[in-house]
Design a protein around this ligand. Structure first.
Ligand code: NAI
Ligand code: MG
Length: 485
């Protein structure tokens, strides 16, 4: 018997998406979503969000102040007492299912807005960001009435009001990763999207209104780091879930120390991607492209350090460079685009600075050819060879399309090199030998290890890091425990 594909796994056709472009309705300004309504920010301050591929302003976003955060937290607290802790587990699940289904229906619209606001290729928002966000809601909707089976013998309770702060690299997907498990466990939330990419979270707020979710269960407040810090400090927030830089993650650890607040942190990475001599080379080369050029390299789990076994180095590099030449960089709305715009001027400057450091420290640079669009923030896919463990670009997270390549001879040598980092989020192992996969992956200190693949995500599998890559796990049953007492 053939099982029909479920619609939420479908990849929408690009032409369908582009045709629907004129149907995207954006407001001239976006207010704060508090207690089920869009309300004016107390200080009437707004900031622009731009399209990084054109540098044009898209619309204005409200800047939330301390007073606004107080209102949002209060509304989440009341919603918890009045509605969310009162309804049955099953009804809670129905609401989350409804979010998933409505998102599915409006997927094209969300994909287009994500691409315009973030700069990522439409092909990625259509086939990855939005479907993954939808899957997260479906997956956690299914858990609401099964929580006691997930943790047999344990008395579990929701935590209460959760503060959630997310980054700009996968805006809607990060919102889903945070909101879905929190609601599933019976908590209410105050979420802050990143300042350069607030739009899909605000569209999600509109959708949540359409879903008739009880007011205050989800509050979306926009603003910058100041707004985030006010959420972290608020005394009625019982838990903080953060994804972003290691620097801010450490700051959140300091602020919450001794307050009894629970925290989960999903921070940076410097993933090792290891190709052994017995790997299927063409497949591995495709994996390298996906590990570092996916989403312009703005991926915490990016395989930014490539390790190639010495005797296949020449052939692997030749194939990578050949494949490299075919990458299409430019208009993110073009369905053939592989590499879109860098999300912000600030991030572009950071990447360019690392490229300069890489050259100054003696790395050999290789970049794709061709002209970049005149307007917008662009970075050519870049490879550095002739680098070693001591190079800055091998040690620090660049968060851009920049790959460093090193060689190795033995398994022990590559394990030592791969683990020689402050981070411990992801790694990849390419070999046709299963025993080698087990041997190597059991010794790599990384939260997620992909074998003969890279950057694959699934709502049922936990994701998170060791060392400076963070605390706690998101996804699967592991993701539930973070939202329960
Ligand atoms: P960031 O850590 O400053 O921003 C992430 C989120 O935290 C945003 O919503 C921001 O408004 C908020 N935030 C900023 N300061 C805060 C504070 N004091 N308290 C609470 N919330 C605060 O990251 P940024 O500046 O956007 O990027 C800098 C670098 O961080 C990147 O170049 C990259 O290396 C890394 N990064 C890693 C991410 C990941 O997924 N692991 C995501 C984004 C950035
Ligand atoms: Mg933007």
């Amino acid at each position: 018997m053939k099982i029909k594909n479920l619609t939420y796994n479908k990849v929408w056709s690009y032409d369908e998406a582009l045709e629907s472009q004129e149907n995207i309705k954006l407001k001239k300004k976006y207010d704060l979503f508090i207690n089920g309504k869009f309300v004016l920010p107390e200080k009437s301050k707004y900031f622009p969000t731009i399209n990084p591929a054109t540098e044009e302003k898209i619309t204005n976003i409200a800047q939330a102040d301390k007073a606004d955060i107080n209102k949002a937290v209060e509304s989440a607290g009341i919603a918890y007492e009045k509605y969310w802790s009162k309804i049955s587990n099953r009804d809670r699940g129905k609401y989350i299912f409804r979010i998933a289904r409505m998102l599915q229906e409006r997927a094209k619209e969300f994909a287009l807005i994500e691409t315009i606001d973030n700069g990522k290729p439409i092909k990625e928002s259509m086939s990855f960001d939005i479907p993954t966000a939808i899957n997260w809601f479906f997956y956690y909707a299914g858990w609401t009435d099964k929580l006691k089976y997930a943790f047999p013998g344990k008395k579990i309770k929701p935590i209460g009001t959760i503060g959630q702060i997310i980054p700009w690299n996968f805006p809607l997907m990060m919102a889903a990763w945070k909101i879905a498990p929190a609601l599933s466990c019976g908590n209410t939330v105050v979420l802050k999207p990143a300042e350069t990419t607030s739009l899909t979270a605000l569209k999600l707020a509109e959708l949540i209104q359409d879903c008739d979710l009880p007011p205050g269960v989800v509050n979306i407040v926009t603003g910058n780091g100041y707004t985030g810090a006010e959420i972290v400090k608020h005394k009625d927030i019982k838990k903080i879930a953060f994804t972003g830089s290691t620097k801010i993650g450490k700051e959140i650890q300091r602020t919450t120390a001794g307050t009894g607040k629970k925290i989960t942190l999903e921070l940076g990475g410097k993933g090792a991607n290891i190709i052994f001599e017995d790997a299927a080379i063409n497949q591995a080369v495709e994996g390298v492209i996906n590990s570092i050029y996916f989403n312009q390299g703005h991926v915490c789990s990016a395989g930014s350090r490539l390790f190639v076994q010495e005797n296949i180095y020449d052939i692997v590099m030749k194939k990578i460079k050949d494949r490299f030449k075919t990458l299409k960089i430019g208009n993110p709305l073009d369905k053939n685009t592989d590499i879109g715009a860098i999300n912000s001027k600030k991030q572009l400057e950071k990447i360019q600075n690392y490229i300069k450091i890489g050259k100054n420290e003696g790395g050999k640079i290789y970049q794709t050819f061709g002209n970049l669009p005149e307007k917008g923030y662009w970075c050519k896919p870049t490879i550095f060879t002739e680098v070693s463990q001591s190079h800055t670009i091998v040690r620090e997270e660049i968060f851009g399309p920049v790959l460093t390549v090193q060689t190795f001879r033995t398994i022990d040598e590559v394990i030592e090199k791969a683990n020689n980092t402050f981070y411990g989020l992801s790694a990849g192992v390419w070999t046709e030998k299963a025993s080698k996969i087990f041997k190597v992956s059991s010794k790599l200190k990384a939260g997620v290890i992909w074998a003969n693949s890279f950057n694959k995500f699934n709502a049922a599998s936990p994701f998170g890091g060791y060392k400076e890559s963070g605390l706690g796990r998101e996804g699967g049953k592991h993701g539930l425990i973070q939202y329960l007492k």
